[in-house]
Design a protein around this ligand. Structure first.
Ligand code: PEP
Ligand code: MN
Length: 267
């Protein structure tokens, strides 16, 4: 991109990050060029989505399932962004992934829950991002440890990243629960108290693990004054290559966002 275009895009990113509610959506995983484009066009058509998310490298708990399309999916995101004007966001877990994502024009990076747990990984990423002007969203660690989450924020902050956000995706526990990852709202609220100035996003998809409960969790987050939501969507959710049970079509996402009662000042 030319310098003037880069500056204009950065300005657009800054404007979008200020929008309330900020809505991020897209597939758990980028699977094919057609799937990414169709999902992005569907999301754009709702008129309610600001940022297209897609997993390019997938941190699967156990081996043997789809681990992400890899770098070859990044141009698909760029094409979807060109077609829709949506910003793009990708999870990065290593310096090389961050470098590749930035090379292909990804606007926002995020650290996944399995990265936030590991200070070595977070520090490697922080070192790689030193001097780079890109917003970084930090998911809570898998386990309910606010010091790890705080430590990740501090490492990214000390690398000079100006725009940091928090994503609350719930906390893993052993055994059956109505949630895939229990929200433990009190922990998230304590984190929000520690960092009142940071963008604070809720991830109902990874909290619920299933689509029927998404609106209730999203509503709870909005009632608790979160700045926005990140919700997984897929053009054909049941056939998704990862997290099939929790994804919704772009159309359903639009309807869900209509069901939510928003705080007055944001609508
Ligand atoms: C994801 O966003 O698809 C993901 C892998 O999330 P988490 O890091 O919250 O498990
Ligand atoms: Mn997912």
């Amino acid at each position: 991109m030319e310098t003037a275009n880069i500056a204009a895009q950065k300005e657009k990113v800054m404007q979008v990050l200020k929008k309330r509610p900020l809505i991020i959506s897209g597939p758990c995983s980028a699977e094919t060029e057609e799937q990414v484009m169709a999902t992005a066009l569907g999301l754009k058509a709702t008129g309610k989505v600001d940022v297209l998310r897609a997993g390019i490298w997938k941190p699967r708990t156990r081996p043997g399932s789809f681990e992400g399309i890899g770098t070859k999916g990044l141009p698909w995101l760029q094409a979807a962004k060109d077609a829709t004007g949506l910003l793009t966001a990708v999870e990065v877990a290593t310096p090389k992934q961050a470098e590749d994502a930035l090379h292909f024009g990804v606007d926002i990076l995020w650290l996944g829950a399995r990265t936030t747990v590991n200070p070595f990984s977070v520090q490697d990423l922080a070192d790689a991002l030193r001097g780079v002007d890109v917003p970084v969203l930090i998911k809570n660690p898998i386990n309910p440890d606010l010091e790890l989450w705080t430590g990740a924020v501090e490492r990214i902050d000390r690398a000079g990243i100006k725009d940091i956000g928090l994503i609350h995706r719930g906390f893993a526990s052993y055994g059956n629960s109505e949630y895939r990852n229990a929200p433990m709202w009190h922990l998230a609220i304590e984190m929000k108290r520690r960092y009142p100035e940071l963008l604070f996003i809720n991830d109902p998809s990874h909290i619920c693990g299933r689509r029927d409960n998404l609106v209730a969790v999203a509503q709870e987050a909005i009632d608790l004054d979160y700045d926005g939501l990140i919700i997984e969507s897929h053009i054909d959710p049941d056939k998704a290559w990862s997290d099939a049970k929790q994804q919704v079509t772009p159309e359903r996402l639009g309807a869900m966002l209509d069901e939510i009662v928003w705080r007055k000042e944001t609508v």
